[in-house]
Design a protein around this ligand. Structure first.
Ligand code: FAD
Ligand code: NAP
Ligand code: SF4
Length: 688
């Protein structure tokens, strides 16, 4: 390894005794949905091969159950029969064309299984799953340990270099290790020695089955972040026992799925949780992997350089850019398409039983379907609008060899991303704009900013194709007093930086309404202040209480709460309103909506559904709820009530018989987001 590389720690091989990993980068486990699709393993093989080609040291696959009851969903993937081996061989042989190791993750869902046959340590239902698990008999426990071992044997036959045993995130082994679920009084419950027995016996059985020269990673819940989670002493006892049982590496698990502390969303500070792996390093001697919200080579390098871990796991960053490691090694980290932690196309899809992909890289999990071969004929293409849709189209089309000219009337690229990036907790959006800026230069795309084009110009310049990516205009409303100076658009707030008063009503509680409420409520983003962020979400870094949460009623919890109250004292009075009678925020992302709601609750934002807007006047906003009028005495009313397509140029171009295409908001504004805008752009660019 070249010691002068800025990523010399990250790119140093890791010697595991019987085998060596090419570098310290692990692509963490991600369920993609391809596991269950017809012919999904061919697509999965291409997905993993692309990441191996990009230089990652080791990959852990998405979770696969060792038996029927452990499946995540009724038709969830399982590695338990000899005939399963062949399809897994497709993955291992694809990955082994490169110097990359691959382990299959064995995951028994326990009470998180979304079917009526779920089992757990005790009959305790999770708040996030409608199914109540049956309590496992001792026979079932022992049978399941054997199933883990047999599954591992099959994994070895399929050519995997190892397995990762999933013991965190609140899945079965974690349900045994914590009293939150484990209420047993037999030798599998009670003391930590009993509660961890399932995990420890599993590691022993797996090691016995496959011999010494096979990687066993144990994903250990180092921070449960739930009431009834383990104490630090329990976690250490378990880590030592897992090491003694024969694990090769311990990976860090942060938070149960039902935890009410965000662990991977974009508003979590980068590398926020690596301190816990650092703490564990003093307790065990096998290499430790750390994880969560590490998304750039710089952050990963500093985590290793500071001695927080021996290896860094990144999962979503490999959806966003399969060449992450290769680009770091070439000292081209500015060319990395950075994961912005939005969850919109990955986790939100998986939780809705849809195939995962990536907002910033729609090719992820579509490697065999969305491709960008060199165009048979290089065309001269005008792209109007440099928002996410126009940028993505320009880059993909130029990669195919087209001659692209990009126009935007604004003075910088990015469209609405320039507004999104200002919202506290959305700082990662800057990275997408940096990525596109670098790509535009690299691909020699002619970029014309502060240029509002018209039909005549587009006609006279002789373009073969015109792509309109002109975005949207905010919707205007038919409310009495809409012209009152109190009424502002979200653009007046984020773009024009107009002074906004202390009392505010926001009309429309979609993604933008929530963002505006957060922007107006939060004086300082906590995402750049990890210590304040931990306190805000009740994480006790001193680990005095179970699960590393402040124990309720403790002096530390009271002190923390009064500190938070004090800091929220002088905040704005904000009303977030919608006409629908459903819960405010119900339409937000599946995995992130609760975080937005919790954040606004912390700031005492009043979220009101079922509102009829009657009038804006000097006194404020008159609304009615359930037929009763109510005056909100506010200084400003901010409209975040959706958008309409901006396509003023379209008809003129059609009339002039130009070959014209609409993408992003210019095509359909309803339910528009950057995920749809970028995918639509990529799909057009792949065929034009
Ligand atoms: P736009 O981003 O609107 O870009 C259109 C561009 O066209 C603009 O730059 C404009 O200047 C230019 N233009 C228009 N007419 C002309 C002309 N005649 N000549 C030259 N240039 C022209 N989406 C998400 O997926 N996730 C989020 O978390 C998220 N958060 C958001 C937060 C906020 C505060 C806002 C406002 C939006 C957010 N969005 C989010 C929405 C997302 O930004 C949009 O869906 C996306 O930007 C749409 O992309 P687009 O390229 O179609 O249009
Ligand atoms: P939106 O999500 O469609 O929300 C529009 C809001 O306005 C709704 O609450 C709607 O609720 C209200 N509304 C619609 N028509 C109205 C009318 N005629 N009068 C009064 N209220 C009306 O749109 P958005 O908030 O503008 O966001 C635009 C897009 O950006 C969204 O599609 C979203 O996906 C994306 N975005 C995403 C995020 C994210 O974090 N993922 C963040 C920001 C934006 P009622 O009809 O019930 O009143
Ligand atoms: Fe990251 Fe968002 Fe892509 Fe998921 S969809 S990988 S969170 S950028």
């Amino acid at each position: 390894m070249n010691q002068t590389s800025p990523y010399s720690n990250l790119l140093t091989p890791l010697d595991l005794g019987f085998t060596t990993l090419a570098n310290r980068v692990l692509m963490g486990s991600m369920h993609t949905g391809l596991e269950e699709e017809k012919n999904g393993f061919d697509k999965l093989a291409a997905f993993y091969e692309t990441r191996a080609k990009g230089g990652v040291g080791m990959i852990v696959t998405g979770g696969i159950s060792p038996n029927l009851r452990g499946r995540l969903a009724p038709l969830g993937s399982e590695l338990s029969k000899f005939w399963h081996v062949n399809k897994h061989k497709k993955i291992t042989s694809a990955v082994h064309k490169y110097d990359t190791k691959i382990c299959v993750q064995l995951l028994h869902a326990g009470r998180y299984a979304y079917h009526p046959f779920s089992v757990s340590s005790s009959k305790v239902k999770s708040a996030i799953n409608p199914f109540t698990p049956a309590e496992m008999s001792v026979r079932q426990i022992k049978g399941t340990i054997k199933d883990f071992a047999y599954s591992t044997k099959l994994a070895q036959k399929a050519g995997y270099d190892g397995v990762e045993i999933m013991g965190s995130e609140g899945y079965l082994l974690n349900q045994f290790s914590c009293v939150r679920v484990n209420k047993r009084t037999d030798e599998w419950g009670g003391s930590i020695e009993n509660r961890m027995r399932f995990a420890v016996e599993t590691v022993k059985a797996v090691r016995e089955k496959v011999g010494k020269e096979f990687i066993i990673i144990f994903r250990l819940s180092m921070l449960d972040l739930v009431e009834g989670g383990n104490s630090w002493e329990d976690v250490v006892t378990m880590a030592k026992a897992i090491e003694a049982a024969g694990a090769t590496l311990i990976n860090t698990g942060i938070g149960w799925h039902e935890a009410r502390v965000p662990t991977i969303s974009t508003s979590v500070p980068r590398a926020a949780f690596t301190w816990i792996t650092e703490r564990m390093k003093k307790e065990v001697s096998i290499p430790l992997i750390t994880t969560n919200r590490i998304n750039t080579p710089e952050v990963a390098e500093s985590v290793l350089a500071n001695g927080h871990a021996d290896m860094v796991s990144m999962a979503r960053p490999f959806l966003a850019d399969p060449e992450f490691v290769q680009k770091a090694a070439a000292d081209q980290s500015d060319q990395i398409n950075t994961c912005i932690g939005c969850n919109q196309a990955c986790l939100d899809h998986v939780f809705k039983q849809k195939r995962a992909s990536c907002l910033v890289n729609p090719v992820a999990c579509y490697e065999t379907e969305l491709t960008f071969e060199k165009a048979a004929k290089s065309k001269k293409i005008a792209v109007v609008g440099a928002g996410p849709a126009g940028l993505a189209f320009s880059v993909y089309a130029a990669q195919r060899g087209h001659n692209v000219t990009l126009f935007d009337k604004a003075s910088e690229i990015g469209g609405q991303f320039n507004f999104a990036k200002q919202v506290p907790g959305k700082e990662e959006f800057y990275e997408t704009l940096r990525y596109f800026n670098v790509q535009l230069k690299k691909l020699d795309i002619s970029v014309n900013l502060s240029t509002e084009v018209n039909t005549e110009k587009l006609k006279s310049d002789g373009f073969d194709e015109v792509v309109l990516a002109t975005g949207i205009v905010p919707r205007t409303l038919d409310i009495k007093g809409f012209e009152h100076p109190k009424v502002k658009s979200y653009l007046n707030v984020l773009r024009d930086k107009e002074e906004i008063g202390h009392k505010v009503a926001i009309i429309g509680a979609g993604g933008i309404g929530f963002d505006i409420a957060c922007y107006l409520a939060e004086e300082k983003s906590l995402t750049t202040d990890a210590e304040a962020w931990m306190k805000n979400w009740g994480v006790d870094k001193t680990y005095q209480g179970a699960g590393a949460l402040f124990s309720k009623e403790s002096a530390a919890a009271k002190a923390n709460n009064s500190e938070l109250e004090e800091s929220h004292k002088n905040e704005r009075e904000i009303y977030l309103l919608q006409r629908k009678t459903t819960k405010v925020g119900a339409g937000l992302g599946k995995t992130t909506g609760w975080i937005h709601r919790a954040t606004l609750n912390k700031h005492n934002v009043k979220m009101i559904p079922g509102v009829t807007y009657k009038e804006v006047n000097d006194d404020g906003l008159l609304i009615s709820i359930n037929g009763e009028d109510k005056l909100l005495e506010v200084d400003h009313v901010i409209i975040c009530a959706g958008q309409q397509p901006q396509r003023a140029l379209y008809q003129g171009l059609i009339d002039a018989q130009a070959s014209v295409h609409l993408i992003g908001g210019a095509s359909v504004a309803a339910e528009l987001d950057a995920k749809r805008a970028i995918r639509q752009a990529a799909e057009l660019a792949s065929t034009i």
